[in-house]
Design a protein around this ligand. Sequence first.
Ligand code: IVH
Length: 364
Amino acid sequence: MPVSSAKERIDELHTLIARYRDAYYNQDQTLISDAEYDQLERELKELEALHPELAENSPASGVGSAAGDVFDPVKHLERMLSLDNAFDKEEFLAWSERVGGGPFLCEPKIDGLAVSLTYENGVLVKAATRGDGEVGEDVTQNVLTIASIPHELTGNDIPELVEVRGEVFFELADFAKLNAGIVASGGKPFANPRNSASGSLRQKDSAVSASRPLKMLVHGFGVWQPEIKTQSEVYKALKAFGMPTTSRFEVFSDAEGALGFIESLKESRHSIEHEIDGVVIKVDELARQRELGSTSRAPRWAIAYKYPPEQVNTKLLDIKVSIGRTGRATPFAVLAPVTVAGSEVEFATLHNQDQVKAKGILDW
Ligand code: IVH
């Protein structure tokens, strides 16, 4: 591709990525699927690799989206990073080679929103969203309403200062109940559990957050210098402090073991009580994590193995039109019920004619 067209496409990708990130992180809206978004970031990275002179100010080297102005800003004590992705076995094995092999700790990648909790002398003093990784939003009052998060740490040897990080999310059953309630009272339901968790946590009025059964699982730390050697022992220590940690992690000596975990979780992913979008694989030894370090965007010692989006075929039975309160007509599809991503689907939104053609919807 000539440099001028590459520049044009890179500019276009910057605009699209900024728009999608703002919608996702600041407005709790999903304008495209995660897989389509990942593909845009990937295209940008590939173009930048071919044209390094065009890679300045790239969103590909950044994290999240700058926080809005509803909440007070919080400067993170240590940057909150994102994760690089592997989309297939080869990409995972290449990463494993790069980091020098196992032992690896594997755990579900929770589809929620990243939050950091700061405890001073064992007391929760600050909770913040990730924002752009440098500055997040102060959601302390709302986080204090989440039942599973301790206001005070328990146990012995409580550090003077510890910052833990994790995901806030909805369990699927709670999400379904919440949406049913919203629909019953004439409101607009959330599109998915992740958006509903973000929308429920980022409320001006913490009484609204308190009424939503949010959960949290912690999966790492920022500022803290524990006398501990491995990620798995970190989880043990955090659990002893009373923090909610996943019981679904396993340590494997090599990449083959990790691949087995990835495959088996793929099969059982819908029996988990919350949504996951893959597996996070971490070098287990903290000394090696420190040696490997991070890029501006992500640690080199961890990777997210993303599952491909699930696709199924079914029969289009009818197209109906719903009329909204403002009189707007929205067509939707009535489908022969089919199970996808663990849920039975009977209705689907419809897009314009080009989308219908592109998706190969046929006359029966
Ligand atoms: S470890 C330095 N473990 O996924 C970042 N992240 O897409 C280390 N996430 O920013 C993160 N589940 O917010 C880690 N088990 C898990 C996770 C997890 C979900 C989030 C995290 C990260 C994002 C990247």
